[in-house]
Design a protein around this ligand. Structure first.
Ligand code: HEM
Length: 218
Protein backbone atom coordinates (compact mmCIF):
# COMPACT_ATOMS: atom_id res chain seq x y z
CA UNK A 1 0.00 0.00 0.00
CA UNK A 2 1.48 3.37 -0.92
CA UNK A 3 1.62 6.36 1.40
CA UNK A 4 -0.84 8.08 -0.95
CA UNK A 5 -3.50 5.36 -0.56
CA UNK A 6 -7.09 6.47 -0.76
CA UNK A 7 -8.81 7.09 2.58
CA UNK A 8 -11.05 4.32 3.94
CA UNK A 9 -14.35 4.12 2.12
CA UNK A 10 -12.95 5.58 -1.09
CA UNK A 11 -13.99 2.42 -2.92
CA UNK A 12 -17.65 2.87 -2.01
CA UNK A 13 -19.83 3.48 -5.04
CA UNK A 14 -20.93 6.93 -3.82
CA UNK A 15 -17.30 8.02 -3.42
CA UNK A 16 -16.23 6.56 -6.75
CA UNK A 17 -19.19 8.22 -8.42
CA UNK A 18 -18.27 11.65 -7.12
CA UNK A 19 -14.64 11.15 -8.12
CA UNK A 20 -15.29 9.76 -11.60
CA UNK A 21 -18.02 12.22 -12.52
CA UNK A 22 -16.47 15.39 -11.11
CA UNK A 23 -15.27 16.63 -14.51
CA UNK A 24 -18.69 15.96 -16.08
CA UNK A 25 -20.38 17.78 -13.19
CA UNK A 26 -18.05 20.75 -13.48
CA UNK A 27 -18.83 21.03 -17.20
CA UNK A 28 -22.56 21.12 -16.33
CA UNK A 29 -21.98 23.65 -13.58
CA UNK A 30 -20.04 25.86 -16.01
CA UNK A 31 -23.07 26.10 -18.28
CA UNK A 32 -23.49 29.71 -19.32
CA UNK A 33 -27.27 29.41 -19.21
CA UNK A 34 -27.49 28.61 -15.50
CA UNK A 35 -24.92 31.28 -14.60
CA UNK A 36 -26.77 33.91 -16.59
CA UNK A 37 -30.09 32.87 -15.07
CA UNK A 38 -28.75 32.98 -11.52
CA UNK A 39 -27.12 36.37 -12.15
CA UNK A 40 -30.41 37.86 -13.30
CA UNK A 41 -29.24 38.47 -16.87
CA UNK A 42 -32.08 36.55 -18.55
CA UNK A 43 -35.71 37.37 -19.21
CA UNK A 44 -38.56 35.71 -17.38
CA UNK A 45 -39.39 33.93 -20.66
CA UNK A 46 -36.01 32.16 -20.61
CA UNK A 47 -36.72 30.88 -17.11
CA UNK A 48 -40.21 29.76 -18.22
CA UNK A 49 -38.54 27.83 -21.06
CA UNK A 50 -36.26 25.99 -18.59
CA UNK A 51 -39.36 25.05 -16.55
CA UNK A 52 -40.97 23.73 -19.75
CA UNK A 53 -37.95 21.55 -20.52
CA UNK A 54 -38.17 20.19 -16.96
CA UNK A 55 -41.76 19.13 -17.61
CA UNK A 56 -40.79 16.87 -20.53
CA UNK A 57 -37.88 15.39 -18.64
CA UNK A 58 -39.61 14.70 -15.32
CA UNK A 59 -42.66 13.31 -17.05
CA UNK A 60 -40.40 10.70 -18.63
CA UNK A 61 -38.31 10.07 -15.51
CA UNK A 62 -41.28 9.80 -13.17
CA UNK A 63 -43.10 7.48 -15.55
CA UNK A 64 -40.04 5.24 -15.39
CA UNK A 65 -40.35 5.51 -11.58
CA UNK A 66 -43.85 4.00 -11.81
CA UNK A 67 -42.51 1.18 -13.96
CA UNK A 68 -39.63 0.52 -11.56
CA UNK A 69 -41.74 0.63 -8.39
CA UNK A 70 -41.89 -3.19 -8.33
CA UNK A 71 -38.27 -3.81 -9.23
CA UNK A 72 -36.51 -5.42 -6.25
CA UNK A 73 -33.45 -3.13 -6.55
CA UNK A 74 -34.80 0.09 -8.06
CA UNK A 75 -37.85 0.39 -5.82
CA UNK A 76 -35.69 1.64 -2.91
CA UNK A 77 -35.12 4.78 -5.03
CA UNK A 78 -38.78 5.53 -5.72
CA UNK A 79 -39.51 8.26 -3.14
CA UNK A 80 -42.90 9.99 -3.38
CA UNK A 81 -41.44 13.08 -1.67
CA UNK A 82 -39.04 13.63 -4.60
CA UNK A 83 -41.77 13.66 -7.28
CA UNK A 84 -41.55 16.94 -9.20
CA UNK A 85 -44.22 16.78 -11.88
CA UNK A 86 -47.11 18.34 -9.86
CA UNK A 87 -44.79 21.18 -8.72
CA UNK A 88 -43.59 21.76 -12.30
CA UNK A 89 -47.19 21.86 -13.54
CA UNK A 90 -48.12 24.43 -10.87
CA UNK A 91 -45.09 26.51 -11.95
CA UNK A 92 -46.04 26.23 -15.62
CA UNK A 93 -49.61 27.37 -14.88
CA UNK A 94 -48.14 30.43 -13.20
CA UNK A 95 -45.41 31.10 -15.80
CA UNK A 96 -47.28 30.26 -19.05
CA UNK A 97 -50.95 30.61 -17.98
CA UNK A 98 -53.79 28.06 -17.81
CA UNK A 99 -53.21 26.98 -21.40
CA UNK A 100 -49.61 26.01 -20.61
CA UNK A 101 -49.87 22.57 -22.29
CA UNK A 102 -50.37 24.33 -25.66
CA UNK A 103 -47.57 26.78 -25.00
CA UNK A 104 -44.62 24.55 -24.21
CA UNK A 105 -42.40 22.63 -26.60
CA UNK A 106 -39.43 20.33 -26.09
CA UNK A 107 -36.11 21.47 -27.52
CA UNK A 108 -34.40 18.85 -29.73
CA UNK A 109 -31.85 18.18 -26.97
CA UNK A 110 -34.67 17.62 -24.47
CA UNK A 111 -36.27 15.08 -26.79
CA UNK A 112 -32.91 13.30 -27.11
CA UNK A 113 -32.51 13.28 -23.31
CA UNK A 114 -36.06 11.90 -22.84
CA UNK A 115 -35.45 9.20 -25.43
CA UNK A 116 -32.31 8.14 -23.59
CA UNK A 117 -34.13 8.06 -20.24
CA UNK A 118 -36.97 6.02 -21.75
CA UNK A 119 -34.47 3.53 -23.17
CA UNK A 120 -32.13 3.33 -20.17
CA UNK A 121 -34.48 3.71 -17.22
CA UNK A 122 -37.63 1.73 -17.96
CA UNK A 123 -36.27 -1.75 -17.96
CA UNK A 124 -33.21 -2.01 -15.80
CA UNK A 125 -32.28 -0.53 -12.43
CA UNK A 126 -28.75 0.55 -13.43
CA UNK A 127 -30.07 3.05 -15.99
CA UNK A 128 -32.98 4.16 -13.85
CA UNK A 129 -30.84 4.87 -10.78
CA UNK A 130 -28.20 6.67 -12.93
CA UNK A 131 -30.77 9.11 -14.31
CA UNK A 132 -32.57 9.36 -10.96
CA UNK A 133 -29.33 10.24 -9.15
CA UNK A 134 -28.18 12.82 -11.69
CA UNK A 135 -31.40 14.81 -11.58
CA UNK A 136 -32.63 14.51 -8.00
CA UNK A 137 -29.30 14.76 -6.18
CA UNK A 138 -28.52 17.69 -8.49
CA UNK A 139 -31.85 19.31 -7.57
CA UNK A 140 -31.02 18.82 -3.89
CA UNK A 141 -27.50 20.26 -4.33
CA UNK A 142 -26.71 23.01 -6.87
CA UNK A 143 -30.45 23.15 -7.64
CA UNK A 144 -31.01 24.67 -4.20
CA UNK A 145 -28.61 27.55 -4.95
CA UNK A 146 -30.25 28.05 -8.32
CA UNK A 147 -33.73 28.01 -6.73
CA UNK A 148 -32.73 30.73 -4.26
CA UNK A 149 -31.23 32.83 -7.06
CA UNK A 150 -34.31 32.44 -9.27
CA UNK A 151 -36.62 33.38 -6.38
CA UNK A 152 -34.55 36.52 -5.76
CA UNK A 153 -34.15 37.53 -9.41
CA UNK A 154 -37.80 37.08 -10.45
CA UNK A 155 -39.38 37.90 -7.07
CA UNK A 156 -40.95 34.45 -6.72
CA UNK A 157 -42.18 32.99 -3.48
CA UNK A 158 -44.07 29.75 -4.05
CA UNK A 159 -45.85 30.11 -7.38
CA UNK A 160 -43.32 29.80 -10.19
CA UNK A 161 -40.49 28.20 -8.21
CA UNK A 162 -42.10 25.18 -6.57
CA UNK A 163 -39.84 22.90 -8.60
CA UNK A 164 -36.90 23.81 -6.36
CA UNK A 165 -38.72 23.30 -3.06
CA UNK A 166 -38.86 19.89 -1.33
CA UNK A 167 -41.10 20.64 1.66
CA UNK A 168 -40.93 17.23 3.31
CA UNK A 169 -37.23 16.51 2.86
CA UNK A 170 -34.38 17.25 5.27
CA UNK A 171 -31.87 17.74 2.48
CA UNK A 172 -28.59 16.96 4.25
CA UNK A 173 -30.02 13.83 5.91
CA UNK A 174 -31.67 12.68 2.69
CA UNK A 175 -28.47 13.04 0.66
CA UNK A 176 -26.49 10.95 3.12
CA UNK A 177 -29.24 8.32 3.22
CA UNK A 178 -29.22 8.26 -0.61
CA UNK A 179 -25.45 7.79 -0.73
CA UNK A 180 -25.76 4.92 1.74
CA UNK A 181 -28.37 3.34 -0.52
CA UNK A 182 -25.96 3.59 -3.45
CA UNK A 183 -23.28 1.94 -1.34
CA UNK A 184 -25.45 -1.08 -0.58
CA UNK A 185 -26.49 -1.83 -4.17
CA UNK A 186 -25.82 -5.49 -5.01
CA UNK A 187 -24.01 -4.70 -8.23
CA UNK A 188 -21.12 -6.44 -9.95
CA UNK A 189 -18.06 -4.34 -10.93
CA UNK A 190 -19.41 -4.36 -14.53
CA UNK A 191 -22.77 -2.99 -13.40
CA UNK A 192 -21.03 -0.32 -11.34
CA UNK A 193 -19.01 0.68 -14.42
CA UNK A 194 -22.18 0.83 -16.48
CA UNK A 195 -23.83 3.00 -13.81
CA UNK A 196 -20.97 5.53 -13.69
CA UNK A 197 -20.89 5.66 -17.51
CA UNK A 198 -24.63 6.35 -17.64
CA UNK A 199 -24.32 9.16 -15.06
CA UNK A 200 -21.62 10.77 -17.23
CA UNK A 201 -23.96 10.42 -20.20
CA UNK A 202 -26.76 12.04 -18.15
CA UNK A 203 -24.50 15.03 -17.41
CA UNK A 204 -23.73 15.31 -21.13
CA UNK A 205 -27.42 15.27 -21.98
CA UNK A 206 -28.06 18.02 -19.41
CA UNK A 207 -25.28 20.14 -20.88
CA UNK A 208 -26.80 19.72 -24.36
CA UNK A 209 -30.17 21.01 -23.14
CA UNK A 210 -28.53 23.94 -21.33
CA UNK A 211 -26.47 24.78 -24.42
CA UNK A 212 -29.61 24.86 -26.57
CA UNK A 213 -31.30 27.11 -24.03
CA UNK A 214 -28.21 29.36 -24.08
CA UNK A 215 -28.27 29.58 -27.87
CA UNK A 216 -31.91 30.59 -27.75
CA UNK A 217 -31.83 33.08 -24.88
CA UNK A 218 -28.33 34.50 -24.42
C1 HEM B 1 -25.53 26.34 -11.32
C2 HEM B 1 -24.94 25.18 -11.59
C3 HEM B 1 -24.55 24.20 -10.51
C4 HEM B 1 -24.03 24.42 -9.29
C5 HEM B 1 -23.68 25.75 -8.62
C6 HEM B 1 -23.85 23.12 -8.65
C7 HEM B 1 -23.33 22.93 -7.41
C8 HEM B 1 -23.21 21.74 -6.75
C9 HEM B 1 -22.63 21.53 -5.45
C10 HEM B 1 -22.04 22.63 -4.56
C11 HEM B 1 -22.71 20.21 -5.16
C12 HEM B 1 -22.17 19.50 -3.90
C13 HEM B 1 -23.24 19.42 -2.84
C14 HEM B 1 -22.85 18.51 -1.69
O1 HEM B 1 -21.73 18.05 -1.60
O2 HEM B 1 -23.73 18.24 -0.87
C15 HEM B 1 -23.36 19.58 -6.29
C16 HEM B 1 -23.65 18.25 -6.36
C17 HEM B 1 -24.32 17.66 -7.41
N1 HEM B 1 -24.74 18.26 -8.58
FE1 HEM B 1 -24.45 20.17 -9.07
N2 HEM B 1 -24.28 22.16 -9.50
C18 HEM B 1 -24.73 22.77 -10.65
C19 HEM B 1 -25.25 22.16 -11.78
C20 HEM B 1 -25.59 20.84 -11.84
C21 HEM B 1 -26.24 20.20 -12.98
C22 HEM B 1 -26.67 20.91 -14.28
C23 HEM B 1 -26.40 18.90 -12.66
C24 HEM B 1 -27.02 17.79 -13.49
C25 HEM B 1 -28.27 17.79 -13.78
C26 HEM B 1 -25.88 18.70 -11.31
C27 HEM B 1 -25.88 17.51 -10.62
C28 HEM B 1 -25.33 17.32 -9.37
C29 HEM B 1 -25.33 16.05 -8.65
C30 HEM B 1 -25.91 14.74 -9.16
C31 HEM B 1 -24.69 16.27 -7.42
C32 HEM B 1 -24.47 15.24 -6.31
C33 HEM B 1 -23.02 14.79 -6.24
C34 HEM B 1 -22.89 13.76 -5.12
O3 HEM B 1 -22.87 14.15 -3.97
O4 HEM B 1 -22.82 12.56 -5.44
N3 HEM B 1 -25.37 19.89 -10.86
N4 HEM B 1 -23.65 20.52 -7.24
Amino acid sequence: MSLMADPPGADRLSARLRRDTRAAHDAAQASGFLDALAAGRLSWVAYADLAAQHWFLYETLELAGHTMADDPVARAFVFPELVRLPSIEADLRFLHGPRWPDRIAALPATTTYCTRVRYAANSHPVGFIAHHYTRYLGDLSGGQYLGDAVARVYGLNGDGNRFFVFPSIDIAAFKSYYRRLLDTLPWSPEEQDEFVTEVIEAYRLNVAVLDELARRWI
